[in-house]
Design a binder for this molecule. Structure first.
Ligand code: PMP
Length: 320
């Protein structure tokens, strides 16, 4: 990131993708002092002259703020919102030939903030590196929305109260690999985690937030430090309210979920994914999917805004 006001991050430069050098005693390798973010750049519609740029980002300043919040928890300095967004834009421009055509996917952008300086005793690292890499990704679903099947995990918890579940630290992710692989080997798409205290309130899946719909009411687990406050989640709450739904952020029990008409996940990767089945303690519960579901409508609205196909009344997109 570029230097600003003598800021901590001084050497903004673009480099070819390749290995980076790290001290064996760096804070990130030894104590997991690291955070990441994930966002997508879409190619803007070429026939739309009202857009100044060719590429579209979705609420990148929200990713910057989430990284800042996480950095505070992990004893790290963080780039300013301006530095973060500037560096993301530079990364997109430098990789413009890798941004897939409209409707064929996006350029996935991965900002990382790591304790790169050496530290032997348990303490924050003396130096930090903010870096970004990017890779093209296809659309999550090849044709339209394909519903996913979730397995409720009873034994392993993703986060505990007072822990780091609410920030995007790298150390949240290795522990979910095993339950995720186990669920996949049994034919499920992902794991649905329960709270670690009562073991009956739903939290989120490995990399997406969860919503349930019952009549005109939508509910999603409140962000009380154990789930990641997703940027897609925040946007979907607003879009569902715009459609006249009552949206509640609260404790959502597994019984509330079982009783729901519709269940869906949200995240940068999936955008909105309808959930067709949830399996809990050997019982399989089915939910509505298909054309006249709320998840389908929200998917269409959100992707149209993200790709610049619909007017962005909220000012959510940033054209480059
Ligand atoms: N929960 C977890 C654990 C995640 O890793 C992600 C992906 N960042 C999300 C939820 C969804 O967040 P977002 O909508 O910001 O991608």
């Amino acid at each position: 990131a570029p230097d600003q006001d003598g800021g901590v991050f001084s050497r903004g430069e673009l480099a070819r993708y390749g290995n980076i050098e790290l001290s064996p005693s760096s804070g990130v390798i030894n104590y997991g002092q690291g955070l990441f973010e994930g966002l997508k750049a879409y190619r803007a519609p070429t026939n739309d002259c009202s857009r100044k740029g060719s590429y579209m980002l979705f609420r990148p300043e929200e990713n910057a703020l989430r990284m800042q919040h996480g950095a505070e928890r992990m004893c790290m300095p963080s780039p300013s919102v301006e530095q973060f967004v500037h560096a993301v834009k530079q990364t997109v421009l430098a990789n413009r030939r890798w941004v897939p055509p409209q409707g064929k996917g996006a350029l996935y952008i991965r900002p990382l903030l790591i304790g790169s300086g050496p530290i032997l005793g348990l303490a924050p690292a003396p130096e930090y590196t903010f870096l970004i890499y990017a890779a093209p990704v296809g659309t999550y679903f090849k044709e339209g929305l394909s519903p996913i099947n979730l397995l409720v995990e009873d034994e392993i918890h993703r986060a505990m109260p007072g822990g780091t579940g609410g920030v995007k630290t790298i150390t949240n992710y290795a522990p979910v690999l095993k339950p995720q692989m186990d669920a996949k080997s049994k034919g499920f798409s992902d794991v649905l985690y329960l709270d670690a205290v009562h073991r009956r309130y739903i939290e989120e899946a490995s990399s997406c937030n969860l919503f349930i719909v019952k009549g005109g009411v939508v509910a999603t687990p409140a962000t009380v430090g154990t789930i990641l406050p997703g940027i897609t989640r925040k946007s979907i709450i607003e879009l569902a309210r715009d459609r006249g739904y009552q949206v509640e952020e609260r404790l959502v029990s597994i019984d509330d979920l079982i009783d729901a008409d519709e269940v869906f996940c949200t995240g940068t990767a999936v955008v909105v994914a309808p959930v067709s089945t949830v399996t809990h303690q050997g019982q399989r519960y089915e939910f509505r999917t298909g054309q006249d579901t709320l998840s389908q409508a929200l998917y269409t609205t959100l992707t149209s805004i993200q790709m610049g196909l619909a007017e962005d009344k909220k000012g959510w997109t940033v054209a480059i």
